[in-house]
Design a protein around this ligand. Structure first.
Ligand code: ADP
Ligand code: MG
Length: 346
């Protein structure tokens, strides 16, 4: 199962100006067609063995980005490089080999596992597709993968509907690991689970990362989950990354007004505190009609005219920081904002 490993210092995944647009029907009688920019120009890197957390409200393009990274959808524009190789140019055997290295874990453990296949068949399927090992070797591997995720090998003959949400997600993780990938794109992997079960699955993912040197793109709308899982965090708003940096910096000193508003909206156990918090004001623009300037300007307490004119680029807050410590933000007012107060209203 040996696969080429990434050179030291080389990113595992490089995403360059990735865009994914959809043509959508709108208006009266659905006659007009508009372009929906679900992913509107996204760039980032993921180093081997590291986790990039991708956070943002529902509809901001996280899942579309994940699917486009996997090349389950063709990008409208931009490039995805895996170990320096352009996924869009890879064909045939090379694409097949690259696909092995990248696997996905999906949100809904109820719909993502085929109900007519046994657990053993589900976990074994990638090995069959990629023709890895003899039948006996495949069954052995399935058995050890199930143990790795905390399930007894005997569950092989049972069907997904016999399992709880948390157990199903363990099966989904075992399947994702079958080909010994280097990168797992996890799209809201615990969002459908009870809170009590979430941390078990998250801790399993962290252990597997340590043991196997896995890299994750960890997608979630839940900031506390992202904080727990990530080395670096990217915040998405309407198809773009508005802020990205090391997890400790993002949570201690969020720089974008949108990131700050998201953090101030994290519920706290104290109900009095909760009431003091002002939720985000204003409407999110439609992704079919993104404004010319900053997409957040209409909801931003700090917006000035310039924000509405110019789309802000991601700029470093400290240009002298080492690359792994770079903290970038897309806000023209980044150096003028007051210090972040986690308890203030958005
Ligand atoms: P998230 O995962 O952050 O909730 P999605 O990536 O699912 O966001 O969706 C981003 C935007 O793209 C939404 O406005 C959604 O309606 C739209 N979208 C997603 N998939 C399609 C599709 N296949 N066709 C048209 N629009 C889509
Ligand atoms: Mg989604």
């Amino acid at each position: 199962m040996n696969s080429p490993r990434t050179e030291p210092g080389q990113p595992l995944l490089q995403v360059e100006n990735l865009q994914k647009h959809y043509a959508v029907r709108g208006g009266l009688l659905a006659r007009t067609t508009a372009v929906l920019r679900a992913v509107a120009g996204v760039s980032f890197e993921v180093m081997p063995g590291q986790t990039l957390g991708l956070v943002g409200e529902s509809g901001c393009g996280k899942s579309t980005l994940g699917r486009t990274l996997m090349r389950l959808e063709e990008p409208t524009e931009g490039r995805v490089l895996f170990q320096g190789r352009n996924l869009a140019e890879a064909k045939g055997d090379e694409l097949f080999a690259l696909r092995r290295q990248m696997q996905m874990v999906l949100q809904d453990p109820y719909s993502s596992l085929n109900p007519r296949m046994t657990v053993g068949e589900i976990v074994r399927e990638p090995l069959l597709v990629h023709r890895i090992g003899s039948k006996a070797e495949q069954v052995d591997r399935v058995s050890s993968l199930l143990q790795t995720v905390g399930l007894a090998p005997e569950v092989m003959t049972r069907y997904p509907n016999e399992f709880s949400g948390g157990q199903r997600q363990r099966i989904g993780v075992a399947r994702a690991l079958a080909l010994d990938p280097q990168l797992v794109i996890a799209d809201e992997p615990v969002s459908a689970l009870d809170v009590s079960v979430q941390s078990q699955v998250l801790n399993l993912m962290l252990r597997l990362q340590r043991e196997r040197g896995l890299a994750y793109v960890f997608i979630s709308h839940d900031l506390s989950v992202v904080q727990h899982m990530s080395d670096r965090v990217a915040i998405m708003y309407l198809g773009r990354i508005v802020e990205m940096g090391p997890v400790d910096r993002i949570f201690a000193a969020p720089a974008h007004p949108y990131t700050r508003a998201l953090m101030q909206a994290i519920p706290t156990p104290d109900p009095r505190r909760r009431r003091e918090r002002v939720p985000l004001q204003g409407e999110t623009p439609s992704p079919t009609a993104l404004p010319d300037g900053c997409a957040f300007a209409g909801r931003c307490p700090y917006a000035v005219d310039e924000c509405r004119r110019t789309p802000p680029a991601l700029m470093p807050l400290d240009a002298a920081a080492a690359p792994a410590r770079q903290h970038v933000v897309a806000c023209v007012r980044r150096s003028e904002l007051p210090a972040f107060d986690p308890l203030a209203g958005g």
